[in-house]
Write a new protein. Structure first.
Length: 167
């Protein structure tokens, strides 16, 4: 469903309504957290991803965060920061980061919508699909560094191989 031009006061409601409808249509567990935030859960290949959408009326933008249920031990953080830099060099949209308060790995990105007709379901689908693909691809690299003791270069090399053929 496409929205026409939306008054600024209605923009957060309209944007989050699009996301809420998409969540219902796809069977995602979600919670509307006020007029400007929505949280949802989405299964990934290695874990459940916690999605957070926040409308920023002062920016006419939708901020999106995908959180892994994966905490970074303090002693592995230097290696993880190197891995983040190596991964982010390869990203075209969005980026990975570590939440400073609790060491959780996050993927985030922002959609600026100023001057446009409003948020569309297709934009949200693309945002979620691209984010899930990046998270599914790089989640094992974080595990290799945290639990496997691998170097960032070895961890990244292990996830950059694309399988060919069928098993």
């Amino acid at each position: 469903m496409a929205y026409g031009v939306v008054e600024s006061i209605n923009a957060p409601v309209a944007a989050l309504e699009v996301i809420e409808r998409l969540a219902v249509a796809n069977g995602w567990s979600f919670d509307r957290q006020g007029d400007e935030e929505l949280a949802a859960e989405l299964p990934g290949e290695g874990c459940v991803y916690h999605l957070w959408f926040a409308w920023r009326p002062d920016r006419d933008a939708l901020h999106f965060t995908c959180v892994f249920n994966l905490r970074m031990p303090e002693k592995r953080r230097p290696a993880l920061y190197r891995l983040l830099a190596m991964i982010n060099e390869r990203m075209w949209m969005g980026h990975f980061d570590i939440w400073p308060d609790d060491g959780m790995v996050i993927f985030r990105q922002t959609l600026p919508l100023r001057g446009g007709p409003g948020l569309t379901a297709e934009q949200v689908e693309d945002l979620v699909d691209e984010s899930r693909a990046a998270c599914d691809r790089f989640y094992p690299a974080f595990q290799y560094v945290i639990w496997g003791g691998k170097s960032p270069a070895d961890a990244l090399a292990g996830v950059m191989l694309d399988p060919v053929g069928e098993a």
